[in-house]
Design a binder for this molecule. Structure first.
Ligand code: NAP
Length: 291
């Protein structure tokens, strides 16, 4: 039995992934933003699968202080972690830039900086596993030809003080996740911890949770039926595969979708940009990756 941390486990893909993992006998460390959501999800999973081992934890991942507190709590409660699945993520709907209490653009903070920091702080628990996996959730939306405004991460303006838009912020954050993943894989090479990224595909049902009004209805009734739509079951199968499938033993530095490797953009493989973002992430989170 593995001990697997799933962030964003209170609802959406994180919640469904936590349930699948617990049902198949893993000890799930279930994170949600609020304690009530974590407790409710854990209780519901236990009720549906008697004997399931689920331990709830809560933290708002938008501030680095809260990520640090969560990591401290997790390290105290769980000596070893066999996988960390960073599912929590935000897709803003507001056209207005939102700043966190740290003064960071919220999408970058939650989607890229929080997983970067949490993984770094949890390394001691991951390194106690004979083979641990870091799974970062990215998106094909980081590809330059994806719908809407192109990804455009200006490392001199990572907080989008100029030219903010919710889609741009989301795409940038998912490119940053790939830079972090590939750099983590380089730094972890030769050890027992691997790092990979995954795109669950377009899941209108859970994505619609952050939409409102007619857009939400359209996603829930029309888009869910489209051939390109991915079901919650398929998407969570991808996440479970990343965290547990033996075929990935030792595999690191990859990007996956639908349980097979997929291509990420040429820019995501730009090691110089990855190194610049890494240095920025270290500065913004105040965490220096161990040498
Ligand atoms: N759905 C898609 O089509 C799609 C496609 C590609 C990639 N993804 C990625 O897959 C992941 C899951 O997506 P989803 O569709 O399940 O999204 P979702 O239904 O919107 O769920 C997002 C999860 O992240 C949590 N979260 C957001 N901000 C947080 C914060 N500040 N602190 C703690 N938790 C926070 C939410 O908790 P609350 O309940 O507290 O808000 C929720 O559990 C995300 O990383 C997303 O970017 C999704």
């Amino acid at each position: 039995m593995s001990t697997i941390l799933v962030t964003g486990g209170g609802r959406g893909l994180g919640r469904a992934t936590a349930e699948k993992l617990a049902r198949s006998g893993h000890h799930v460390v279930l994170h949600a933003r609020r304690a009530e959501a974590a407790d409710a999800a854990a209780a519901a999973i236990r009720a549906a699968s008697p004997g399931a081992q689920v331990t709830p934890h809560a933290a708002d991942l938008s501030t680095m202080g809260a990520v640090r507190s969560l990591a401290g709590e997790l390290l105290a409660a769980h000596e070893r972690l066999d996988a960390v699945l960073h599912v929590a993520g935000v897709m803003q709907q507001s056209e207005t830039r939102r700043l966190t209490a740290d003064g960071y653009e919220e999408t970058l903070a939650v989607n890229a900086l929080a997983p970067f920091l949490l993984t770094g702080l949890l390394l001691p628990a991951l390194e106690r596993s004979p083979a641990a996996r870091v799974v970062n959730v990215s998106s094909r939306l980081h590809l330059p030809d994806s719908r809407g405004p192109s990804v455009d991460l200006d490392l001199d303006d990572p907080m989008l003080e100029r030219g903010y838009g919710p889609d741009r912020a989301y795409k940038n954050s998912k490119l940053a996740v790939l830079w972090v993943t590939y750099e983590q894989a380089r730094r972890l090479a030769g050890g027992a911890v691997t790092a990979n990224a995954v795109c669950p595909g377009f899941v209108p049902l859970t994505a619609s949770d952050s939409a409102h009004g007619a857009k939400r209805l359209f996603m829930r009734t029309i888009l869910v039926r489209m051939p390109f739509a991915v079901s919650v079951d398929e998407a969570t199968d991808s996440f479970v595969f990343m965290a547990t499938d033996p075929s990935l033993d030792g595999a690191s530095g990859g990007f996956y979708g639908e349980r097979h490797p997929i291509e990420s953009s040429p820019e995501s493989h730009d090691a110089a940009k990855a190194a610049r973002f890494w240095a920025l992430a270290e500065r913004l989170t105040g965490f220096a990756w161990p040498a």
